[in-house]
Design a protein around this ligand. Structure first.
Ligand code: CP
Length: 305
């Protein structure tokens, strides 16, 4: 494998191997000296055309923990502002010695285009509404570390599914690993059921959150993506919060061990209540921390293939 563009072309065995490697990487991060020489001499460019805190910083930490040269590129302040094209930017970074590109872009599909022009590996760090494969891998890792398995778990993904690249990559990952996934959202934020069922026929789709959280093992809530929202899609914030926010009462309907997850950044008080976000069942900060080990595992795997 050269690129990581989404999880649709990953087998369960490949995902399993990455999650196993991430366990070892987490051990490295637990040591006094959090560094191994695995990627010494390699150059990783974090190429971000859209804002990020977790993904960009965890890729930087992951690359440095593997002793790679890590360079951060943001569109702002670069020659992109003078009109340089995406492909010319990639060719320039290649000429400067980049071995791997970690790429975030607001246009769905942009990393696929870049992968056709770059000689090294391209990792999709989030493209438009399409995919966020490394978020899905760290979500899988967090669930497996906490609950010991993924197969057979009831995973409820709730919120702005329509605009969510995390929802799509999580769907590939959790279904491939044998979880039973429910999507829950207002009709306007999920789109036609037939669209989802064409790819994932076993999916449950509903707008009744109170009902579908019953006995859930995992509740994954998503951010309302106002920056991608077209006018008229959201009835009102008050109505959304009343029917779709994760509250303590709703979590109490789920299994006692149920994990509350959110990829971040959160709109607290909108899709999740502040007390739930910091409750004992919340693993939101653990997701962030696990992102470093999982991304180390992925960089390591790509460097060896
Ligand atoms: N989950 C996630 O992608 O967060 P950032 O936008 O902060 O990277």
């Amino acid at each position: 494998r050269r690129h990581v563009l989404d999880l649709d072309d990953f087998s369960a065995q490949e995902i399993d191997e990455i999650l196993e490697t991430a366990v070892s990487m987490k051990e490295v991060l637990g040591r006094a000296i959090k560094q191994v020489p695995t990627l010494r001499g390699k150059t990783i460019v974090n190429m971000f055309f859209e804002e990020s805190t977790r993904t960009r910083i965890s890729f930087e930490l992951a690359g440095k923990a593997l002793s790679a040269n890590v360079v951060n590129f943001t569109a702002r302040g670069s020659s992109v502002e003078k009109g340089e094209s995406l492909i010319d930017t990639v060719r320039t970074l290649q000429a400067l010695g980049a071995d791997m590109l970690v790429m975030r872009h607001s246009e769905s599909g942009a990393p696929y285009l870049v992968a056709q022009h770059f000689h090294g590996s391209v990792i999709n760090a989030g493209d438009g509404r399409h995919a966020h494969p490394t978020q899905a891998l760290l979500d899988l890792f967090t669930v497996r570390q906490r609950l010991g398995r993924i197969e057979g778990l009831k995973v409820v993904i709730v919120g702005d599914i329509l605009h969510s690249r995390v929802a799509r990559s999580d769907l590939w990952g959790f279904t491939r690993m044998g979880a039973l996934v429910t999507l829950c959202a207002p009709q306007t934020l999920i789109g036609p059921e037939a669209f989802w069922k064409a790819t994932w026929p076993d999916l449950t789709i509903t707008s009744n959150l109170d009902e579908c959280v019953r006995d859930a093992d995992v509740i994954m809530t998503l951010r309302l993506q106002k920056e991608r929202m077209e006018a008229g899609l959201l009835p009102s914030l008050r109505e959304y919060t009343r029917f779709f926010a994760i509250t303590a009462e709703r979590v109490a309907r789920a299994a006692p061990h149920c994990l509350v997850m959110h990829p971040g950044p959160m709109n607290e008080g909108v899709e999740i209540m502040p007390d739930v976000a910091v409750s004992a069942q919340s693993v939101i900060e653990e997701q962030v921390a696990n992102g470093v080990a999982v991304r180390m595992a992925l960089l390591y795997r790509l460097s060896g293939e």
